[in-house]
Each structure stands twice: as C-alpha cells, then as structure tokens.
Design a protein around this ligand. Sequence first.
Ligand code: NAD
Length: 501
Amino acid sequence: MNYTNEVADIFKAIAADHDLQNGDLAVTSPLNGEVIAHVTMTKADEVEAIVQKSHTAFEQWRSFTAPRRGELLRLLGEELRTHKDALGRLVSIEAGKIPSEGLGEVQEMIDICDFAVGLSRQLYGLTIVSERPGHRMMENWHPLGVVGIISAFNFPVAVWSWNSALALVTGNSILWKPSEKTPLTAMACQAILKRALDKFGDAPDNLAQLIIGAGDVGNAMVENHNVALISATGSTHMGRIVGPKIAARFGKSILELGGNNAMIIAPSADLEMATNAAAFGAMGTAGQRCTSTRRLFVHDDVYDQIVPRIKSAYKSISVGNPLDGDNLVGPLIDKDAFDNMQASLSKAREQGANIQGGERHDTGDENAYYVRPAVAEISEHEGIVLQETFAPILYIMRYKELNDAITMQNSVGAGLSSAIFTLNLREAETFLSAMGSDCGIANVNIGTSGAEIGGAFGGEKETGGGRESGSDAWKAYMRRATNTINYSSDLPLAQGVSFDI
Ligand code: NAD
C-alpha cells in the first residue's frame, strides 16, 4: 500500500497550505519504507531571524492574562478532539505506531490541554512572613521568553503538546524543531494550532513557530541566547552535546533523554499481572518508548513459572503492518534501528544470553524493518544489558535478595522508569523509599511504560533530570521573582547600618 495519497487527504483536511512534494527532506513511512512526501527544511542560518520573531511575539503574549492564555489551550483541545482520528492516523503512517497508540498520543495532547486550562487559574506563588515589621514577602512567577522544543521521532506529537501547552499558558512563545524523521505530524499539529489561534483572534503573530531540519537546525536554536529555555527530548548522546552548550550560555534546559527501564518481579507478585506488564512494556511500540521495559529481574522462586509465560506471550503476538489487520507490533523506525538491535543481540549472545526472537519479520517491503521482539535470558548484569537499545529486547535475570535487584536496577546510567510487582508491603515501600529505585518514575504493580498527564514526567542521571507535563512541572517554564514590600514608614537597613541624613 502506498500512503502518499492518504497523507495528502489528511493534509487536505487539516493542513492545506503545505507543499509536500518539492522539498529537500524525503519523509519515509516505516510501515512500508516508501517515501511519502518531500518537505522543505529550514536552514540553520535562518534560525536567528525566526527566533527574533518568536521573541517579539513573547513580548506581546506575556501581557495577556493567564486565564485568557488558557482559552487558547481550551480551543486547541477542541481542535485536537475534532482532528483526533486524522492526526492519530498520521502518527501511525509516519512513526509506525499501531492505531490505538497513535490515537493514544493525541488523547495525551487533549489531556494536557485540559490540564493547562486548569493551570491558567492556578499559577500561584507563596507569601512568606518577613522578619521585618511592616513588611511582606511573596513570590511572583513570570514567563521566560522563547521556549525551544526539540523532540524525538517516537512521540512525534505528544511531547510537543506537553511542552507547548505549559509554555503557552505560562506566557512564553514557542519554537519547535521536531525529529527530521517525523516532520509531517509536526506540520499537522502546527496547522491544528493555527485553527485554534484563528478562533482565539488576537494572539500575536509567530507565537508558535515550526522549524524543520536535523541536528544542525536544532543546534542553531540551542546556541541562540534569545531562546530562554530549551526542552530537548531524545537520546542521551544528543543530551550530552546539547546540555553543556545551553549551560555555557546560562540558558535553562529541560532534558528528557534515554531510559534503561527495569521491572522487578518479587515472589509474592500477581504473576498474570506481572506477565502482562512485562510483555506490554517491552513489546509495546516495538520497544521504541523511552519508558519501554528493557530489563527484568525475576526472583528465583518464581523464575520458572513466569519466564515461560512471558516467552509464550511473545510467541503469541502478531508482527506486521499495524494498519493492516490486528498486528500488535509494528515496525522499527528505520534500518539503523534494525542494525542497532542486531548488534546488541550479537553482543548479548557473546555474553552467553539465551535468546528467543529478534529476527527480521518479512512483510515483502524491502525497506520496512519489522522484527520479532526478543527475550534474552542472561546471567550477568553487565555489558550490553547496561545500555539502552531502542528496540524490543527484554533482558531477563534472576535475583535472590531484593536489595541485590534494586542495586542492579540502579546501576545503569539512565534513571527514567522502574517498577516492582509485589504484594508484600515491605518490599513495595522499600522500592519506593530513598533506599529503593533511583528513577524519576517508580511504580508498584503497574509497568514501566507510559505515564499520566497529572504527574511530573522525567528521569534522573543520564535521563537528564528534567520534568514535563503535570504536577508543578510548569515552574520550569517560568522564572521566580522574590518580592519584598515595605508598607511601614521605616527603612531598617541590614546589619544595623544607618546614615546621617
Ligand atoms: P535523537 O537523539 O536522535 O534525536 C532527538 C532530537 O534531537 C531530534 O529532533 C534531532 O534532530 C535532535 N538533535 C540531534 N542532535 C542534535 C544537536 N546536536 N543539537 C540539537 N538537536 C539535535 O533521538 P531519537 O532517535 O529521535 O529518539 C529516541 C531517543 O529519545 C531514545 O534514546 C529515547 O529513550 C529518547 N526519548 C526520551 C524521552 C523522555 O521523555 N525521556 C521521550 C522520547 C524519547
């Protein structure tokens, strides 16, 4: 099947004014490996002027009241509800997700818009008692300026919305560089936002801009002093380049980087729940989620019960084009992802792993890369197991003492998501305590993958330390001013200083 016409139809519905045929960036659908569009890339030397426009928009937008800014997010949420099916379908075509995952991403966008509308009446600071008579202290939160968003291919639309909803409601302008592998969904989002902006009426021009391109274009944003905050989602490799550059100019950053997420299955675990969570967490989105389950620590007492169940779940799933039948595992994004997976499996074999799956699944499309998800039983927690391979490989290891499992779980660079399956209160609370998981997300009896809008999302260590989405993540998009007001008729100077005047 050729998806070019379908993309054109979706664009006719939501993004009419884009040229999809004459650009310099070829867009490929991982579903069948065919080129579905050619879009125009922004040049790195054009970024300065674009940032200037964003800055001008910010200077106007910051004076809109927060509830009025919230109205824009309400309108965006409505537009997303209207275009949910079309955008979800486009996510499937461009990123290869199964339909429920494509729609799920758009639902997350709707949810964060709702969250931002509520937030528009809650951007509160503290009032603080003063040590000086007749004085009052308080905190005021102000917008930052231009917020630059760099996003990864695997959540091509949701990550933008998590950032843009909070950035806009807190009074910033936004500039988005999506992955060069998924520009179409970004252009569609931009068109949907434009509809909301048209209905809103008087928002400044260039409040939300889009730039298309690869790392060089992202770098031009990263190095621009007028981009107050860079929220960058992608590999730890990218974060290692981008993070120091932002720090060098004293910019602010939210880094959402790689994960090497683990699940512990304790002796008291509900084995059916644990099996489902492990299989879903490891195979969902073909293992291409930052929160995908990659390592499984199974207690010796239940190892021989649970591992055969997981292996048979792996054998039961169908791999193939997700828009074609009930296939649960879609394609890897491209050949590089396939090659990386095979290289990791070779290393695991060299380390003595017993592997089921991992082979290429032939759909007849030479340039589409489907694989059978792999389960690798391995005795040592070392080597390739310590690295994130962005593909469906689940390394399974035994443990005897919970503390050993927690130590292994924590002894990797990344610190994004983690889970324990146990019905034992002591084990669950230990896992969640300061002596437990060192990840930004730690769950009990629910898997590692996915997250709800209401919580702050992000991870520690080499995952970058940033937080997005719910809770008080909005504070990262604002600056805090501490204000002291003297309503007395005295001006007591510090350290008892006084002047003869
Ligand atoms: P990637 O690092 O290859 O690219 C991510 C983005 O960074 C792209 O837009 C890319 O163009 C841009 N980029 C690359 N080099 C850059 C540079 N020098 N300067 C500025 N921008 C640059 O990642 P990917 O392959 O698209 O996505 C997969 C990775 O992202 C995985 O490691 C996954 O764990 C991670 N991820 C993390 C989260 C999270 O929230 N923690 C979410 C999704 C994906």
